[in-house]
Design a protein around this ligand. Structure first.
Ligand SMILES: [Zn+2]
Length: 317
């Protein structure tokens, strides 16, 4: 049994776009109300809640450009308009709401590096479309990208593995680390010709000295568990070539059948498979260092099923 920290607190509900936007706080609220209490009862000694923490300006600037951080702060005070071209509206307090997400993902990373927990799960983390200098696709600050910078530049790890199974390609992390050979990246997603953000093709493998450190596996709409598990075998062969010291899983639930925004047809077995396999790999090869982030998912029932599998498979090896 492993000790797992799960980010929990009402500050997690602050990151919520106005109705009828699909990314609202009822996603995480239902997880807190309907899944977490049951698991806390089953695993009273191993599952611990971790309070959200604001990222410092210095931490945001590990990855984001200062001009962009200022821009978000101003839009957050105004509370209207868009942060991008129409997917990501500004709302009052969006700067703080986003800073809490980055801060709490970082907090899990720090707790893990100190050995206070074995693994972590941030249900509101995994905002993988945000770029250094701009918001995109419901994502304001990119907590995964900030955590990667922290691990590579502050902790000075030599190699980090980021695996993204959200139905959307994790373009923010992918392109901002495209030339960085210290980030090994794997992304299984719905083919870019059929879904936002329209990227993530197999020929994109990293640039310059980072060539060969990135793996995209696009799946056509309608792909289910079988296609995912077949793709996963390729993923493990790819990972075997590297020596990552930390694994970050973006465990978006929007690939499950019935999601209103995507066309994949996974079941929660995909989340079970990915988390359990990565858990094993992390224990064997990177001192158990594995963190999971909630990512997308817009069918509320699917989110509960997928994230439940993620937590259970972090707790059990
Ligand atoms: Zn997504």
């Amino acid at each position: 049994m492993c000790r797992v920290g799960v980010v929990y607190g009402e500050e997690a509900l602050l990151y919520s776009f106005p109705e009828p936007h699909p990314f609202r706080s009822d996603r995480v609220k239902r997880f807190y109300d309907e899944v977490l209490p049951e698991l806390l009862k089953i695993y009273p000694n191993d599952l611990v809640t971790v309070k959200l923490e604001l990222a410092s300006l210095e931490e945001l600037l590990l990855y984001h450009d200062p001009e962009y951080v200022d821009f978000v702060k101003k839009k957050s005070e105004l509370g209207y308009g868009y942060l991008d071209y129409g997917d990501t509206p500004a709302f009052k307090g969006c700067f703080e709401a986003s800073s809490y997400i980055v801060g709490s993902t970082l907090k899990l990373v720090k707790m893990m590096m100190k050995g206070e927990v074995d693994h972590g799960f941030n249900p509101v983390g995994g905002l993988h479309h945000a770029r250094r200098d701009r918001a995109a696709g419901f994502c304001i600050f990119n907590d995964a990208s900030v955590a990667i910078k922290y691990l590579l530049e502050v902790v000075k790890l030599k190699q980090v593995l980021y695996i993204d199974i959200d139905a959307h390609h994790g373009d923010g992390v992918f392109y901002d680390y495209y030339f960085d050979k210290k980030l090994i990246m794997v992304d299984i997603h719905q083919d870019g010709r059929t879904l936002y953000p329209g990227t993530g093709f197999t020929y994109e493998r990293g640039g310059g000295e980072a060539e060969g450190t990135k793996l995209n596996i696009p799946l056509m709409p309608g792909a289910g568990d079988e296609e995912f598990i077949e793709a996963w075998n390729t993923v493990e062969e790819f990972i075997d070539r590297f020596n990552p010291e930390f694994i970050i899983l973006q465990a978006g639930a929007d690939g499950l059948s019935g999601d209103p925004l995507t066309g994949l047809m996974y079941s929660e077995r995909v989340h079970e498979h990915a988390t359990s396999r990565l858990h094993k790999i992390a224990e064997e090869r990177c001192n158990g260092r594995l963190i999971a982030l909630g990512g997308g998912g817009y069918n509320r029932e699917n989110i509960l099923k997928a994230w439940r599998k993620v937590l259970i498979n972090l707790l059990n090896l």
